[in-house]
Design a protein around this ligand. Structure first.
Ligand SMILES: [Zn+2]
Length: 118
C-alpha cells in the first residue's frame, strides 16, 4: 500500500507508513490514517452488528458510506442494518443505490425482494 503526496505538483508515491513525502517533505502520517479510517469504521460496524448492537452498526456503516459513497459493501451493510432496525425507507434507498452502482448485486436484489414481501 502506498500514499500519494496530496500536493498537485508532486503526487509522489510514498510508503504507507512514511511520515513525510520523500520528494517534497509534506507531512503524510495524518493522511495515511485518514485513508485507513473508513476500513476501521467498517470493522467496528461489523463488530457491533455481530454483538447485536444494530443501532451502532448502522451509524458506523452510514459513516463509511459518507466517506466512500461508492463502496457497495458498506452500502449493503448499511441497508441490511437499516432493514433489521425496521427502517425500510433507508434500506430501500441504499439497496437501490447499490444496484445503480452494481447492477444485479445479489445482496441488494435479495434485500429489495425481502422489502417487497413486507
Ligand atoms: Zn510530495
Amino acid at each position: 500500500m502506498t500514499v500519494r503526496c496530496p500536493l498537485t505538483d508532486c503526487h509522489t508515491k510514498n510508503a504507507a507508513d512514511a511520515d513525510t513525502c520523500v520528494r517534497c517533505g509534506t507531512p503524510l502520517r495524518h493522511l495515511a490514517r485518514l485513508s485507513a479510517y473508513p476500513d476501521h469504521l467498517f470493522n467496528r460496524g461489523l463488530a457491533a452488528a455481530t454483538a447485536g448492537d444494530l443501532g451502532t452498526a448502522r451509524d458506523l456503516f452510514a459513516a463509511v458510506v459518507h466517506w466512500c459513497p461508492l463502496d457497495v459493501v458498506a452500502r449493503n451493510a448499511l441497508a441490511l442494518a437499516s432493514f433489521q432496525l425496521d427502517d425500510h425507507a433507508a434500506a430501500r434507498v441504499n439497496w437501490e443505490a447499490v444496484l445503480d452502482r452494481s447492477p444485479g448485486d445479489p445482496l441488494a436484489t435479495e434485500g429489495l425482494a425481502r422489502l417487497a414481501d413486507h
